[in-house]
Ligand binder design. Structure first.
Ligand code: FE2
Ligand code: FE2
Length: 155
């Protein structure tokens, strides 16, 4: 897998979100591989749906509950991140043109994660106080271990 997100100096409270980003980049990469190999779109879509429900949506919700509120509502980075969450959720739920939706998810999920790692998380890390960081860390104590998806169409 090429061009992984570098683990920049990340406060340990935020590392849980960053670990999930690694998983999100893998989801994107697996979809890309499936599309490249011409795998039946229904198989890719089932994996995308499962990934969204199991990991990506809870991750979005966690960010929106514990991370984004630390920024002002008119903060450009925050506005962009929220808009991208909505857009990605729409794409995951899109059943009209699955080929188009999967192609856009693959591209935009990757871009969203890189934007958060390079910009948004640095900003949040700068402004969060100890109590806020503690709450972020607490949230990740409950995250379950990664389950495996059996149909490995990307291999
Ligand atoms: Fe996000
Ligand atoms: Fe994220």
């Amino acid at each position: 897998m090429e061009d992984k997100v570098k683990p920049i100096k990340r406060h340990k409270a935020i590392q849980g979100f960053s670990r999930e980003h690694h998983f999100g980049l893998l989801v994107s990469w697996k979809i890309r591989q499936g599309l490249k190999k011409g795998v039946d779109l229904k198989r890719i879509k089932r994996f995308a749906d499962w990934s969204f429900k199991t990991y990506i949506k809870p991750h979005f919700d966690g960010e929106e509950k514990f991370m984004f509120p630390l920024l002002d509502d008119d903060d450009k980075l925050k506005k962009r991140a929220i808009a991208e969450h909505r857009r990605l959720e729409r794409l995951f739920n899109d059943k009209t043109d699955i080929n188009r939706a999967l192609n856009l998810i693959e591209e935009e999920l990757d871009a969203h994660i890189r934007f958060e790692e390079r910009n948004l998380f640095n900003r949040i890390q700068e402004i969060a106080n100890e109590e806020q960081l503690r709450q972020i860390e607490e949230f990740h104590k409950e995250i379950k271990e990664t389950e495996e998806w059996k149909d490995k169409f990307w291999e």
